[in-house]
Every structure is written in C-alpha cells, then in structure tokens.
Design a protein around this ligand. Structure first.
Ligand code: HEM
Length: 406
C-alpha cells in the first residue's frame, strides 16, 4: 500500500520492453484488474507501469520472495505515502524500530486477548446494528453494518471513546485517498496531511493525561509501557496505522464477503451449515477479491527479478490480487470454491514480517457479521448488484451494499 516516485522521463526503453505494463491505467486496476493480471502473469510477470512509476509483480512466487526479504525490499523509504501521511510507524520501518513498534502494539491483538476484551463487543455491536434495521424495507449494509462494526471494534481495542467515532470516521476518506495516491496528486496529499494533523490534535489530551484510556487497551499499554519506550510522536503515528488498518480494510473485508454471498446464492448454504465454520468461505473470498491489492516495497540496492534489472531505490509493487489468482498455486483460480483446500494460502493479509497485525480480529468481525446478518435476514436480496460490485485500485470494496430485507 504505497506510492512510488513518478516517472520523470528517461524510461523510454522500458515502455518498449513492457508494452502491457505501459498500457496499465489506474482505472483498469480499479474496475476489474483480473483479466489484466492474467495477461501480466503470462507475458510480463515483472513489468514497468509508467502511470504509477512503479514495477508491478504478478506471480505469486516472485511476490512471496520479495515480501520475505526485508533487507533488499524495504518499507522504510522517504517515498512511502504511508510514511508521508502517518509519520514513522511499523508499516514504513524495518530493523530495530519495526521490532519495537510491532512488539509494543501486538499484545491486544493476540487471539486470547481479543477473546477476552473485544469478542463480546463485536457480537453485541453486530446484534445492535442488525436490530436497528428491523422494520426497514431496505438498508445499505456498509453504512448500517460494516463501517460502524469495524470502527467501533477497533476503537474498543485501541481504548478510544466510542462517542468520538463520528469525528474519527470523518478523516477516513482523506487517509484512504492519500495512501492510494500513486499519481502524487498534491491536493489529495494535503487533505491527507490535514486529516492526520486533526487526529494528532485530537490525541493531545490523551498524551497529556487529561483524557485517560483503559489500562488494558492499546493506548493504555503504549502510554504505560516504559520498556517499549515509544516517543509520543511514535505512539500517535502507530495509532494512525492501526486505526486506518483497522477500519478501512475490515469494512472492505466484511462488505466484500457479504456482497459475494449475496451474489452467489449457493454460498448461503455454506453459511447456514450446522457446523457454522465460515473460515474456509472467508479465506476463499479473501483470495478471490483482496481488500488490499498491493504491498509496496523499495529496493535498497540494484537487483534482478526474473531476469529484469531493477535499480536501487525503485518501487516494487507486489500485486496481491494477481498472486491470489495464480493458477500455478490455485487451480481454476477465477472460480469461488469454499472447499478449496489451499484457500488460506492467499496473500491478502500480506506475508513476511509486515503480516497484518489485525488479521485475527478482522476474521472475528467478518464471521460475526456474516453469520448474524444471514441468520437475522436469510432472504435479504441485493438491490443493485452492479452498483455494489467491489472496485478500487488499492483499497477494494463495494461502494455501497443496498439490500431489501424482505
Ligand atoms: C482489525 C483490523 C486490522 C488492523 C488493526 C490492521 C492493522 C495492520 C497493521 C498495523 C499492519 C502493519 C503491520 C506491520 O507493518 O508489521 C497491517 C498490515 C497489513 N494488513 Fe492489516 N489490519 C487490519 C485488517 C486488515 C484486513 C481486513 C486486510 C485485508 C484483508 C489487511 C491487510 C493488510 C496487509 C496486506 C498488510 C501488509 C502490508 C504490507 O506488507 O505492505 N488488514 N495491518
């Protein structure tokens, strides 16, 4: 999830050598990237995309190798959009700082801790949101379920007051646009900085002790944990990545799973099976349409990927959606098959050291939302399947999810 330097010229021969990559547009990636990914995997698995000023990787094995090598392919770069907007935090650092940040933020996201602190809240919140739909003919499941559920769940783990959720959510679109701002639009960047500045000001009373977060929450622990010794700036920057990572992506995961089940009626049967285990289905939907489409890395020295020379300091974009449909790993990859044995090998939560901090929690939220919704409204029907189709070149999800509740 990041931006590369814009092509400033001098790459004429790359255009000739990589005709498919040269024709790639953000619009095509946003709408339906999968036919393009198929062509890239077959003909230009490592390609240069002038519109993004980045190398794109499309084969699963190349992507796994890049994400495993944080020495050669780092997240630590001045050119990172995440660093630019959120400051130094775990997803734009490597080495000792990354260890310090991730170690400090990890404990509240461990399964046993989540079961103790937030699982009940997730269930109660989902039930309350579904109960609020009663008596209505139609609802938008993003506004009515996936956005408030993901927001309230992550605020709870972080230790920020639920009554501030509206304010906090008002900064989201600016963050999402700025992090996916691969073309370097200055106005988008400024809106991102403005929103991050507003969050930093919002955090001041917590940092000074005028407002207090619960001791077991992430914020409570970060402020009391002397061993991890994060500076106040580092605390707020890491909270920003957790907060953004915890809402934008979980909202996408929940709404994409709901969309997929609503548009593939045979999958409802799986949700309704007595065992109630939705993990296979959820992994398969994550594989089929990843909510986060790429992991961005910056080369620390010149290298060669599949015979292609890549210079030092260049941006290598690992296309997770392309890896997830690589037929060498997933036979018949365009088919949704919840019984697929290796569905969990998808890369939708990343891989290597930057593997998603919130993967367990996002699964908890999605399982709860999916089973509670289909139990409460088993005959619900999508009103406009075309309008609900997931889209987005970086953060991908249904723009809306209007359903008739029946
Ligand atoms: C509770 C919800 C979530 C939280 C709190 C969260 C938080 C984070 C954080 C803090 C990181 C950086 C980890 C590091 O640098 O070591 C991360 C990485 C990542 N997350 Fe999540 N996340 C959540 C949900 C999701 C979901 C639903 C997806 C998509 C299915 C996702 C996809 C990713 C990916 C692909 C990475 C790796 C990025 C990279 O290596 O460049 N996350 N997440």
């Amino acid at each position: 999830m990041d931006r590369g330097a814009l092509e400033s010229g001098g790459h004429g021969e790359r255009r000739l050598r990589f005709p498919l990559g040269s024709a790639v547009s953000i619009e095509e990636l946003a709408k339906d990237p999968y036919p393009l990914f198929r062509r890239l995997r077959d003909r230009e698995p490592v390609t240069w995309v002038p519109e993004l000023g980045m190398w794109l990787l499309a084969r699963r094995d190349d992507i796994v190798a890049v994400l495993a090598d944080s020495d050669l392919y780092t997240t630590d770069s001045e050119r990172s959009t995440i660093r630019d907007i959120f400051g130094r935090q775990m997803l734009s650092s490597d080495g000792p700082d990354w260890i310090r940040y991730k170690r400090a933020c990890m404990p509240p996201f461990r399964r046993d801790e989540l079961e103790r602190t937030v699982e009940g809240t997730i269930k109660d919140t989902a039930d309350d949101l579904l109960a609020a739909m009663e008596g209505r003919d139609e609802v938008d499941l993003r506004a009515g379920l996936s956005v408030p559920l993901s927001l309230q769940s992550v605020l709870r783990v972080m230790g920020l007051p639920l009554e501030d959720s509206g304010l906090i959510h008002s900064w989201y679109q600016a963050f999402a646009d700025a992090l996916a701002n691969f073309s370097g639009d200055q106005a988008v960047r400024e809106r991102g900085h403005h929103a991050a500045g507003a969050f930093r000001s919002y955090m001041e009373p917590f940092m000074s002790g005028d407002r207090v977060a619960p001791a077991e929450s992430l914020l409570g622990q970060l402020l009391s944990n002397e061993e991890s010794a994060l500076t106040p700036t580092e605390v707020v920057s890491n909270l920003l990545i957790v907060l953004f990572g915890g809402v934008e992506t979980a909202d996408s995961m929940i709404s994409t799973c709901l969309y997929t089940v609503l548009t593939h009626p045979h999958l409802r049967h799986d949700v309704e099976t007595p065992s109630g285990d939705l993990s296979g289905l959820i992994d398969e939907v994550l594989r089929w349409d990843a909510p986060v489409q790429s992991c961005t890395r910056f080369t620390t020295r010149p290298t060669v990927i599949r015979g292609v020379e890549v210079g030092a300091g260049e941006t290598v974009q690992c296309m997770l959606g392309a890896a997830n449909r690589d037929p060498s790993w997933f036979p018949d990859p365009d088919r949704i098959d919840p019984t697929r044995r290796n569905a969990k090998d998808h890369l939708s939560f990343g891989a290597g050291r930057h593997f998603c901090l919130g993967a367990v929690m996002a699964r908890m939220e999605t399982e709860t939302a999916l089973s509670a919704f289909l139990k409460a409204y088993p005959d619900a029907d999508l009103i406009d399947a075309r309008a609900a189709r997931p889209r987005g070149h970086e953060f991908r999800r249904p723009p809306e999810l209007r359903v008739r509740l029946m």
